[in-house]
Design a protein around this ligand. Structure first.
Ligand code: GLN
Length: 549
């Protein structure tokens, strides 16, 4: 039977509850346990897919095509056995939607439908579904204790502690212990209050993870233990570290995995954290460095590209390269030109929606293509690469995606239902196609052309990667674009373009899918390792500086 670890947060938001949960998953997995991970989000949106990434960070797409909270990305990066899917992320909206649907169907047989027990029961069932058959299920509750929104979730997890028994459930509470610089004091009061709040709703935490700038002195740990009724050993100090991947070791060193497994009465081998240690070691001792330009919009909100930034860093770990990511506003390139790209060793155009800065991205692709700078295009980054080649290699003036210009004379990227062949006839095969206009989501197979850069990077000709997009490269332009120098090196089972490259260019590869969602620090990802390797060669002057004509 699955045991549960519930992770709540207090004092303030943005303490890194997702990372903490993921790292706890990592050290428990290192004891030989299988882990499932769930995120409960107190907001009313039914799923995060409709939320602006600029408010809420990236939308992470799971294997089964569920659009989830970015914390699920942390889980998958830190925990191999945690495979996210439709039952790994529940919002208040989704819970209510399900209860209301049942009520409309008459499932409650006329009973008065209430938060307790109907909503709380729905939450418990959802958690049970997400847990699967893992040894331990870690459940992170979004928001901060004391918020009105999170109360039904907290009530549900309180009940689970009683129903399953205290040897099956561990409550971990994450708080902030601030340091007041002017008086040189470490303040434990907010933690005391947060635990008081949690206890007032019936949850006594078993473990406190205290975020602070510096390691928590013994005196403060003792004080927190005394006031919160948590054993001193279970007051864990999660102090700031310069590298995320040091956190599993930091938590293990303070015995966090022991505390959890003891309470769950599990007799297990020691944690093997050697892989995490090698990552930290690799990051500490790079043998070279690269400057990578990521050209997108709203680049000050880096959380919207978190998986991609991480994947680039993973490429660095596996090639012993320090990866300096420069976030560049594509709108700035539109105004000031591509000068800012001159000293870059690699250029990435990430996924995106909406036309702001689109021309700047096209300029960035051209700059990479003409100057032999390694280019990696992701989703929209593939589409702009195709547009750029159409305009500047194939001479298709005004080529564009219909997402940004409905009446473009050359819709080289368009919804399938909008594909017209070059003579103006609407493409036959797509009439009534249910792909048109809907989002292509989740993992799908991709065939890679033998001998292509794509196939050699992956070391395979059949791969599976995750998608999240509506528009597709228009197959009616493929022959023309190929004649002009593009190679369509990856295609889907239904012959949609999945990967594009430019033979003769030192390293130019773009994908319609999102490889960043399947990259993790321990294994890296072939595309990112290949890209960083090329960027490194560019940095060291080994790569030709210009593309072959
Ligand atoms: N906006 C583009 C589309 O919908 C690209 C999406 C993306 O980059 N994720 O096809």
């Amino acid at each position: 039977m699955t045991s549960y670890v519930f992770i709540t947060g207090g004092v303030v938001s943005s303490l890194g509850k997702g990372i903490t949960s993921a790292c706890l998953g990592a050290i428990l997995e290192a004891r030989g346990l299988s882990i499932s991970m769930i995120k409960l989000d107190p907001y009313l949106n039914v799923d995060p897919g409709t939320m602006s990434p600029f408010q809420h960070g990236e939308v992470f797409v799971t294997h089964d095509g569920t659009e989830t909270d970015l914390d699920l990305g942390h889980y998958e990066r830190f925990v191999r056995t945690a495979k996210g899917g439709r039952n790994s992320n529940f919002t208040t909206g989704r819970i209510y939607e399900s209860v209301i649907r049942k009520e409309r169907r008459g499932d409650y047989l006329g009973a008065t439908v209430q938060v307790i027990p109907h909503i709380t029961d729905e939450i418990k069932q959802s958690v049970g579904k997400g847990a699967g058959d893992a040894d331990i299920c870690l459940v992170e509750i979004g928001g901060t204790v004391g918020d009105i929104e999170s109360l039904p979730f907290l009530e549900a997890i309180r009940q689970m502690g009683i129903e399953l028994g205290r040897e099956k459930v561990v409550y971990v509470h994450l708080t902030l212990v601030p340091y007041i610089a002017t008086s040189h004091e470490i303040k434990t009061k907010p933690t005391q209050h947060s635990v008081k709040e949690l206890r007032s709703i019936g949850i006594q935490p078993d473990v406190l993870v205290c975020r602070s700038e510096a390691p928590l002195p013994d005196e403060q740990r003792r004080k927190i233990a005394l006031f919160t009724n948590v054993p001193k050993d279970a007051v864990i100090s999660a102090y700031d570290v310069d590298d995320l991947y040091k956190i599993p070791e930091m938590m293990h060193a303070q015995g966090l995995d022991d505390i959890v497994t003891k309470q769950l009465q599990l007799d297990l081998p020691e944690a093997d954290l050697s892989e995490w240690q090698s990552i930290v070691e690799a990051k500490r001792n790079p043998t070279s460095e690269v400057n990578i330009a990521m050209v997108g919009k709203y680049m000050d909100l880096k959380d919207s590209y978190i998986s991609l930034s991480e994947a680039l860093l993973h490429g660095g770990i596996h090639t012993r390269t320090r990866v300096n990511i420069h976030y560049i506003e594509s709108a700035d390139i539109e105004e000031q030109g591509a000068g800012c790209l001159e000293n870059m060793d690699g250029i990435v155009v990430p996924g995106g929606f909406g036309d702001r800065g689109i021309e700047g991205k096209i300029v960035a692709v051209r700059f990479a293509r003409e100057n032999g700078i390694p280019y990696l295009g992701i989703c929209l980054g593939l589409q702009v690469a195709v547009i750029e080649a159409a305009r500047n290699l194939a001479g298709l003036d005004g080529a564009m995606s219909t997402e940004f210009h409905r009446d473009t004379p050359h819709p080289v990227v368009a919804l399938i239902t909008e594909w017209q062949d070059v003579s103006g006839d609407l493409e036959q095969r797509d009439e009534g196609s249910d792909l048109g206009g809907t989002m292509r989501l989740g993992a799908q197979q991709v065939h890679l052309a033998e001998g292509s850069l794509a196939a050699t990077s992956y070391g395979a000709t059949l791969i599976e990667e995750r998608h999240r997009h509506r528009y597709e490269v228009n197959n009616n332009y493929r022959a023309q674009l190929e004649d002009a120098g593009l190679r369509f090196s990856g295609t889907s089972v239904d012959d949609l373009v999945e990967m594009v490259e430019i033979p003769g260019h030192p390293w130019f590869l773009a994908s319609q899918f999102h490889p960043e969602f399947t990259s993790n620090p321990r294994d890296g990802h072939p595309l990112f390792i290949g890209f960083i390797t090329a960027a490194r060669q560019h940095h060291e002057g080994i790569l030709p500086k210009v593309a072959e004509a």
